[in-house]
Design a protein around this ligand. Structure first.
Ligand SMILES: NC(=O)c1ccc[n+]([C@@H]2O[C@H](COP(=O)([O-])OP(=O)(O)OC[C@H]3O[C@@H](n4cnc5c(N)ncnc54)[C@H](OP(=O)(O)O)[C@@H]3O)[C@@H](O)[C@H]2O)c1
Length: 344
């Protein structure tokens, strides 16, 4: 075995290496020859295992402190991507990020122009950054070449290079035909081109990169700056046509909770499908009322309607069940009733 443990095995005189855990280090002064070393001890099968970080080999007290890993965020100029970058740079994590049309606001993160439709450029960016992990927070909407083909290429390239991959997906992979909530074992049955592209991407990621994380989420809400919150303000002001549907149900999540959970998953050795949505199932109208109240807007100004009465393609009632994932994370995913409640 190479490194300090190899020196120990060979009876060498290297300084005892730290165990990587603060308390044992203070008690033992590190790992000494002749001591029983339990590697990867302490993990349970029911929680996301963060004790043996695959990047810094240290102990993580919370999801963010692994500064030893260089992470590439695809789509850092987007809504979720910007929060991922913000959280990372705030703790000094080495982070590079990409934009497609215009770079984002974070000056500390190196920005790389990337169009996922261009395989040569994707290879160049990955080889320039040489990341330990990639989080794909891009959105090409219903454009198959970006959302499906681009994700497939990214999965191929990261798998070939042994790079950890966290792929962000969507509740749009489900039709809403199920009468129950969709848990992590539910199979995709998309009813829109966007949902089909996301489902194709998920399938490719899981097959090409079996160690990857596929993280499905729902409506992403912030502190006023998401597209959903902007729409509520514009509908109330009458500057936008449309209505908030009373029969279109989702499980909104706060962008900060979502980004922290993604960092937690990226820093772990977890693999497979995870659901990162809030516990509250709300109609678009109910969500709009909560946003309006928070923003001091009279909810009576919000136009309502029924999606079932329109010809708009898409699922009506899609409730992601995130309980299994939540049980494995230390990050708490709050419900919209909590994070939009100004009286708390
Ligand atoms: N927002 C939601 O409510 C919601 C709900 C469920 C799931 N999701 C998923 O969450 C993730 C993040 O969504 P978001 O709302 O944060 O997205 P967003 O704000 O629309 O940002 C999209 C990002 O993708 C980049 N991008 C667009 N076309 C690209 C291309 N051809 N090649 C490379 N990058 C490209 C954009 O770059 P530029 O800005 O520079 O063009 C931007 O950084 C997506 O996977 C989405 O499917 C979102």
């Amino acid at each position: 075995m190479a490194g300090p443990l190899g020196d120990l095995e060979a009876g060498g005189t290297a300084e005892p290496p730290p165990t990587g855990f603060t308390d044992p280090d203070s008690l033992t002064g590190g790992i000494h020859p002749g001591r029983l070393v339990v590697i990867a001890g302490g993990a349970t099968t029911s929680t996301v295992r963060r004790l043996a970080c695959p990047f810094c080999h240290g102990q993580h007290a919370d999801p963010l402190p692994c500064t030893g890993m260089t992470v590439l965020i695809i789509g850092g100029s987007g809504f979720l991507g910007a929060e991922l970058v913000r959280q990372a740079t705030s703790v000094g994590r080495v982070t590079a990020t990409t934009f497609n049309s215009r770079p984002g606001q974070a000056p500390d993160a190196p920005w790389h122009r990337l169009d996922l439709r261009d395989p040569r450029r994707l290879g160049e960016v990955i080889d320039t950054v040489a990341p330990s992990a990639v989080i794909n927070a891009s959105s090409g909407a219903a454009d198959w070449a970006v959302t499906a083909d681009g994700s497939v290429r990214l999965a191929q390239m990261t798998a070939r290079r042994g790079i950890r991959l966290v792929h962000v997906s969507s509740d749009a992979v489900f039709s809403g035909a199920s009468r129950s909530r969709y848990d992590e074992t539910a199979l995709p049955d998309p009813v829109t081109p966007y949902g089909a592209a996301k489902a194709a991407a998920e399938t490719a990621v899981r097959l090409l990169h079996p160690d990857a994380v596929v993280a499905r989420t729902s409506l992403i809400i912030g502190d006023g700056d998401s597209v959903h919150e902007q729409a509520v303000r514009e509908l109330a002001a009458g500057t936008r046509k449309g209505a908030l549907f009373t029969d279109d149900i989702r499980c909104p999540v706060h962008v900060a909770d979502l980004a922290t959970a993604l960092w937690e998953l990226a820093s772990s050795d977890a693999t497979g499908v995870f659901h990162l949505a809030g516990p509250d199932a709300l109609s678009r109208y109910e969500l709009g009322v909560l946003i309006a109240r928070r923003d001091g807007i009279d909810p009576c100004l919000l136009p309502t309607g029924r999606r079932a009465d329109t010809r708009i393609l898409g699922a009506l009632d899609v409730r992601l069940d995130s309980r299994a994932t939540q049980g494995r994370l230390s990050t708490r995913l709050r419900g919209a009733g909590e994070f939009l409640d100004t009286t708390r």
